[in-house]
Design a protein around this ligand. Sequence first.
Ligand SMILES: Nc1nc2c(c(=O)[nH]1)N[C@H]1C(S)=C(S)[C@@H](COP(=O)(O)O)O[C@H]1N2
Ligand SMILES: [Mo]
Length: 435
Amino acid sequence: MRSFDEGRYDSTRLAQWEAGRARGDGFSRRTALRLSAGLGLAAVPVLGGGSAAVAGPVRAGGPAPAAGSVAAGPIVKPLPPELFTVFGTNAETRWDALRDVGYRVPIDRFFVRNHSSTPTVDGDAWRLKLFGAGLHGSPTVDNPITVSLKQLRRLPSTTLTAFIECAGNGRSFFTTQQGQSVSGTAWQLGAVGVATWRGVRLSTVLRLAGLRPDAVDVLPAGLDANFVSGGVDLGPVRRPIPIGKALHDVVLAYEMNGEPLPPDHGYPVRVVVPSWIGISSIKWVGQIEVSAEPLFTPWNTQFYRFFGPDYPAEGSAPLGRQVVKSAFELARGAQLPAGRPVRLQGRSWSGNGGIRRVDVSTDGGATWRRATLFGPAVDTGWRRWHLSWRPPAAGAYDLLARATDETGVSQPDVSPYNTLGYQFGAVVRHPVTVA
Ligand SMILES: Nc1nc2c(c(=O)[nH]1)N[C@H]1C(S)=C(S)[C@@H](COP(=O)(O)O)O[C@H]1N2
Ligand SMILES: [Mo]
């Protein structure tokens, strides 16, 4: 379901970069040209020009808490152990907590991936700043086009059901299943969730802001604290989106599952980039640069590419679409009764589109049966499935599920090794104990 040529885009972009035409800094201005930001907006009353007050985020967990108070964690919502496994500033959903919860993941159990901490942003004072040479009049970061939450809510809205999934989801299986060492959060399969997102198409906002035909990249940046890695301040979390994808299906979301975006998921507004790796979907978005040249940030150069012996030194092309995956709605090591039929349930998803079939093995991969698909079929979401199994005798079993998507891509037995452990799409062995 490619509606624009990603491969051609990447090669053009890399060629431009090599020719020294690209800019590596997401924020400096190359041109001093500064026109009235209102100029390109004369016919667009809903968006205002001029500089606006952007609410500085109040950092959760900043100053030392008073004696006797509980320190605010990097995540605001409760993280009960029956719903989440916590890794520092991140929390993954437990797959047994998705059993019988319906198609969407409720907010109380949706995974959280924070580079630092969930900020508190004042939605009334919030303004989205739009600027860059890819917009008519080349508004600058100091004199940007601004949009308030109220203005955004007055624009035509769209509703989208889509998964957000961390590129590193499943990373721990590189080690436990393939014996390879990789760096990053040791997620199992719970760094993914499907929600319904309501907001405004990014294309609508960009066109109202005066999109130029030569725009190349769209760079949203978060209002959370700068990301500091190995003592180096890498600046705000930000990753360029190619203009073709940005105009195709990206949404500036202000609602999640019918509620205002919760703090941990990007209040007041986040970017939702369907089918692509989670880092594309910038939370707490404060500004968007639209460039007329390729942009590079650490999130599309040193992270979120494949690195390792099988890749060039600078890594693969920046990652985009997610791979095909499956998970059982069961705890790892779950106990099942012998001799009685159990209904195995799970979900499969792919960044390439819908799921065509799912095959399940209950004997470690020796034999396979086709699972029954049920529930909504959403190309940018996941597909639920079930299969009945009567465990024959007490003992240890490995359950496996292999999905095939609408493009014919199936989950492999082994995932290609890469040092940062991205996109583990191989079939995962799920141990259960029958008693
Ligand atoms: N501003 C900002 N946006 C961000 C992040 C972040 O740390 N800061 N993390 C990204 C990553 S790596 C992922 S996987 C998703 C996670 O979205 P969620 O926390 O709503 O599940 O948000 C992305 N957007
Ligand atoms: Mo992520």
